[in-house]
Design a protein around this ligand. Structure first.
Ligand SMILES: Nc1ncnc2c1ncn2[C@@H]1O[C@H](COP(=O)(O)OP(=O)(O)O)[C@@H](O)[C@H]1O
Ligand SMILES: O=P(O)(O)O[C@H]1O[C@H](CO)[C@@H](O[C@H]2O[C@H](CO)[C@@H](O)[C@H](O)[C@H]2O)[C@H](O)[C@H]1O
Length: 454
């Protein structure tokens, strides 16, 4: 076991390390500051007391506070794990060398360095008994997942796991005080005995000097030979084959996930129709404000939301909310030998953290997946225009056979259309910012959702 100590960063590394990082951070894929004017200030330093010397190098995790107008809420804390070694022996993830009063030090990105993986695993109590005297065996075939996005994930086939496939260590990049949804939700699902999520194996949580807690890393069982759901759907679409059978399986898995979450975690308050629709109106207004192409649709969006509000107000019984996935799309589903596994319960990255994890209507996840079939049809260039609706119908039929929304059929359909519209508007903003050449995909979906009620 490795003891973890947390101190203010001012008592931590030499200031030259912070200077090196200030230049390095903005080039990282997971850096949330974009090209905006951002100030980076080390906040906390986490050290690992490597009692038995098994880690083999100095591991230091810095939590860096970023402030600037382009960041969600104006402020974000990012985790920067580092490995410090002798300057004459730089290793994986080398960032640069700094001169300190005790000599030159080589600084490495810890997320790419086995010594850091071992320190994180040992501090979660993983691998300390199983790999006697040979900590390096735990990470021998370890590798960082290519194409990292919001966080950095490391494949670790030697990590002990119930199914024997190894572990996936997710090093969180943006961190925040409080319970992390990607810990709480998969842990609850795993403990409920549900196998539609990669088995939760552990997490590293630190206590800050002001008594808050922050999750830094999560370990789940590796899903062997799994295919990314979006790539799989695009492949199937491009071959002109039907996705309906796989979509039906996915519909059942998503329905089971909602049923288990409803039992395993506290229910939310019943939907307040006006507040719920006000939230949709706010998001729509923000999308219209950011994407000029939406301006012409504003009146129709308002009419659709007015209609939903009337229906929800008139609903004969209160509509329940619960923990949901919050950002469900095909890229959050892996298809492996034992079927679909659902990943990444962090919610929509562009939403404020408090909103991302609030209990919500499960139909929001259903809407997210329906939108994803539209993306797969477009990106995979499905030759048959019915490809998307066939997949969507199969998904919905299987979902509804397994779990009921509790809404009257007309209200259920109106709520689903409004949530598909909400997701498509979110995607218009997402694509405008990230992939402008794809913006036509969600714009077409906005038009279809609006056409569904006119
Ligand atoms: N347990 C796992 N087994 C196998 N692959 C996984 C597992 N967890 C995640 N992945 C792969 O890693 C990718 C990133 O994981 P994800 O949790 O979505 O991270 P991020 O928060 O960085 O987006 C996924 O798209 C999937 O391909
Ligand atoms: O996976 P993230 O949590 O980072 O989600 C964000 O990025 C997604 C893209 O990677 C984006 O998803 C959109 O594009 C997908 C195809 O690349 C498509 O399958 C989804 O349906 C569509 O929403 C997601 O919206 C965004 O939050």
């Amino acid at each position: 076991m490795v003891d973890v100590a947390v101190v203010p960063a001012a008592e931590g590394p030499d200031p030259s390390v912070a200077d090196l990082l200030a230049a390095w951070l903005p080039g990282r894929r997971w850096y949330p500051g974009g090209t905006g004017d951002v100030r980076a200030e080390p906040w906390l330093a986490v050290t690992f007391d490597d009692d038995g010397g098994t880690v083999g190098a100095d591991v230091l995790v810095l939590l860096v506070r970023l402030t600037g107008p382009t960041l969600p809420g104006g402020e974000v804390v990012v985790q920067v794990p580092l490995v410090l070694t002798d300057a004459d022996a730089p290793g994986p993830g080398y960032i640069g060398t700094v001169a300190t009063p005790s000599g030159d030090v080589a600084v490495h990105d810890g997320a790419a360095h086995p010594a850091c993986w071992i320190a994180l695993l040992h501090s979660m109590g993983i691998g300390t008994d199983d790999v006697e005297g040979d900590a390096a065996a735990l990470t021998r075939r370890g590798r960082v997942l290519a194409g990292e996005q919001s966080n950095t994930s490391v494949i670790l086939p030697e990590v002990p796991s119930p199914g024997g496939s190894g572990g996936m260590l997710k090093i969180l990049r943006t961190v925040a005080p409080g319970q992390h949804p990607d810990v709480v939700v998969p842990q609850a699902l795993t403990e409920a005995g549900w196998d539609g999520v990669p088995r939760f194996l552990g997490a590293l949580k630190i206590a800050t000097p002001d008594d808050a807690t922050v999750h830094l890393a999560i370990l789940a069982e590796l899903v062997p030979d799994a295919e990314d759901g979006f790539e799989l759907a695009c492949d199937v679409a491009s071959r002109g084959e039907s996705f309906a059978p796989l979509a039906a399986d996915l519909g059942r898995v998503v329905a089971e996930m909602h049923a288990v979450l409803r039992r395993a975690l506290p229910e939310g308050p019943p939907v307040d129709p006006r507040a719920f629709v006000a939230g949709l109106r706010r998001r729509a207004a923000a999308a219209v404000g950011e994407a000029p192409a939406l301006a012409a649709r504003e009146a129709e969006i308002t009419a659709l939301l007015d209609d939903l509000e009337r229906r929800l107000v008139a609903a004969p019984s209160p509509v329940a909310t619960q923990t949901i996935h919050g950002d469900l799309h095909l890229g959050q589903a892996l298809h492996g030998a034992t079927g679909w596994k659902i990943l990444d319960f962090e919610g929509e990255p562009q939403r404020p953290v408090a909103e991302r994890t609030a209990p919500d209507l499960p139909l929001r996840d259903v809407a997210g997946m329906l939108r994803s079939f539209g993306y797969a049809a477009a990106v995979g260039r499905a030759p048959d225009p019915a490809w998307e609706t066939e997949a969507a119908d199969a998904f919905l039929a299987a979902y509804r056979e397994t779990v009921a929304s509790g809404l009257e059929p007309d209200t259920d359909a109106a709520a689903l259309t409004a949530l598909v519209l909400d997701k498509a508007l979110y995607e218009v903003v997402y694509e405008t910012r990230q992939r402008p050449t794809w913006v036509g995909i969600p714009l077409a979906a906005v038009d279809r959702a609006l056409g569904a009620v006119s």
